[in-house]
Design a protein around this ligand. Structure first.
Ligand code: HEC
Length: 153
């Protein structure tokens, strides 16, 4: 047995672990006090986009409306920091760029196609909402349905 390798006693590690857990618990509690991220507003729609294609509407509601409408589903975890901060930022920024509840007529089918081909829905959303992932067929249904609905808006 080598005597040069002196390890701290097991009790030391137990205590260090307990302190770490306690510190994390305190930090977790403290971040809950930050007001940002608890807004959770879903203001009344000013101009709802009117879909005339039920398939496209279902896809949009499932994959886009949490960030691009005033019908965000604020489920329980969206109240828990720091997750709540990320969700709030996505919804605020998403609504700013495109809001199906406050339709302004700015989005073209081409721009929607680009968005779903590139980064929409964003990966951090898909990690949690696996069902929001779009197949090529769903992208086509969504963009074609959006294009045909545009005339009604
Ligand atoms: C997790 C929130 C989230 C979801 C879900 C989401 N988006 Fe977005 N979207 C954003 C954010 C944030 C931006 C603005 C920043 C950026 O471009 O990354 C954006 C930007 C866009 C833009 C660009 C608008 C412009 O100004 O040109 C389009 C188009 C778009 N999204 C379409 C979609 C479509 C279609 C879906 C559903 C298939 C979708 N998004 C789902 C958050 C989201």
């Amino acid at each position: 047995m080598s005597r040069t390798l002196k390890r701290p006693p097991r009790a030391f590690w137990c205590r260090a672990m307990l302190w770490t857990v306690a510190a994390l618990a305190v930090a977790f509690g403290a971040v809950q006090l930050v007001p940002y991220g608890r807004d959770h507003s879903n203001p009344p729609p000013t101009n709802d986009f009117r879909w005339n294609d039920a398939g496209a509407e279902t896809i949009a509601r499932e994959s886009c409306y949490d960030c691009h409408s005033n019908e965000t589903e604020w489920w329980w975890a969206t109240s828990i920091a720091p997750f709540s901060w990320l969700v709030q930022r996505d919804a605020d920024e998403g609504r700013e760029h495109l809001n199906f509840s406050e339709w302004t007529g700015d989005l073209t089918p081409e721009a929607m196609q680009d968005a779903v081909d590139e980064e929409m829905p964003p990966w951090q959303y898909l990690v949690i909402h696996w069902g929001a992932r779009l197949s090529e067929e769903e992208k086509r249904t969504l963009v074609d349905g959006f294009a045909s609905s545009l005339q009604a808006n």
